[in-house]
Write a protein that binds this ligand. Sequence first.
Ligand SMILES: Cc1cc2nc3c(=O)[nH]c(=O)nc-3n(C[C@H](O)[C@H](O)[C@H](O)COP(=O)(O)OP(=O)(O)OC[C@H]3O[C@@H](n4cnc5c(N)ncnc54)[C@H](O)[C@@H]3O)c2cc1C
Length: 401
Amino acid sequence: MDLKSNEPFWLVKNGIINSYPSLKENASCEVLIVGGGITGSLVAHQCIQDGYKTILIDKREIANGSSSATTAMLQYEIDTPLYLLRKMIGKGAADASYKACAEAIDLLQEIGKEINSEAGFKKKSSLYFAALKKDVPWLLKEYQARKDAGFMVKWLTADAIHRKFKLSNTHGGILSEQGASVDAFRLVHELLSFNKLYGLQVYDRTELLETKTLKSGVKAVLSSGHEIMAHKIIYCTGYESTNLIKENFVNLISTYALVSEVEKKKNKSLKELLIWNTSAPYMYMRTTDDGRILIGGEDEKFVNPEKRDKLIHKKSKNLRKKFEKYIPEIPFNPDYAWAGTFGETKDGLPYIGTHKKFKHSYFVLGFGGNGITFSVIGMAMISKWLSGKKHNLQRYFRFGR
Ligand SMILES: Cc1cc2nc3c(=O)[nH]c(=O)nc-3n(C[C@H](O)[C@H](O)[C@H](O)COP(=O)(O)OP(=O)(O)OC[C@H]3O[C@@H](n4cnc5c(N)ncnc54)[C@H](O)[C@@H]3O)c2cc1C
């Protein structure tokens, strides 16, 4: 599967941060992590912290899957609004899922401090605005649900949004205190470099072909013919997990992103803000730590890479038009545009847990608009399971739910 077009901004900006060898012999470990994106690197961080002998492999270069294409807005807000999620899975579970995402943002900040990260993690507020007048009643319901759940939220009228953030053509929206953004590509490399110092083994260009179940673990057979014996395998294989798991659990689509040149004409309030809206598909926006504006959306319901990439030019124009509609006072001079695969689940929740067809294994698949915060939650879940404990959200994130 081709997860992204050729030129995501983060790859161009960062270049080659680190190189890793491929695995050229047989190996053994307690935990084998398959996938070296943001999920695999966070889970590896946890496994090393918990004292497991851990190997991480990736069939591509490290962080060259979705984690190089992401716009990396870190939100507690799940794609399914809280008031609807409550109807789907119950109030307690829905509130707990939202709260776990909120805590994940703070945890990621802590991890960043611990590893001396320079990946531009920045705490931000998050504005979720009504794109159409008819969206206002349900967005107000959502505001009430979040307030009731204890989140620090304010309802802003269209005028207040304009005064505060110079955003035009909205119909009011929810301003939340909790949110952040980061350079996920750089963070992956930082996490892996840090944990290599504590024994993590990292191999890229190393592909898992198949597994054989043993009594006390799994034998991972690589495309090179070498084998890794592991007590447990953790699949952090992102959207390509659909190649492994045959049932239909995620709906894959294509999404588009566009980043501006470094913008001198500062709108200070934008620096501290994540923006998204209620249109379908939704538009999302943030700034980067080097002073650019990043906008995404324009999703299409297919994943064919050729068809997807042919649309980049047209989609960039649409994204730019949207920016100009909402923030006409700031010029948007496009610099890089790209496309990537994205996944939606029926309830907006991730799939994190065991699968009956994969013995001695766990999956951490943080799909949706806040895939990265879900990956952070996955760290704690894996930590609990490896030590024989349960996690309060496992019922809601499981396969076959
Ligand atoms: C344009 C765009 C915007 C997005 N915006 C946001 C956002 O604002 N906020 C947010 O939270 N999320 C966002 N996402 C989603 C987010 O990018 C993903 O949730 C996240 O990157 C997934 O990380 P991952 O590590 O699970 O997957 P990946 O980064 O894809 O890593 C999986 C890795 O597994 C490897 N792999 C697969 N199969 C094998 C195998 N058999 N053997 C060895 N290796 C294998 C792949 O090579 C790959 O590197 C966005 C995604 C896109 C495309």
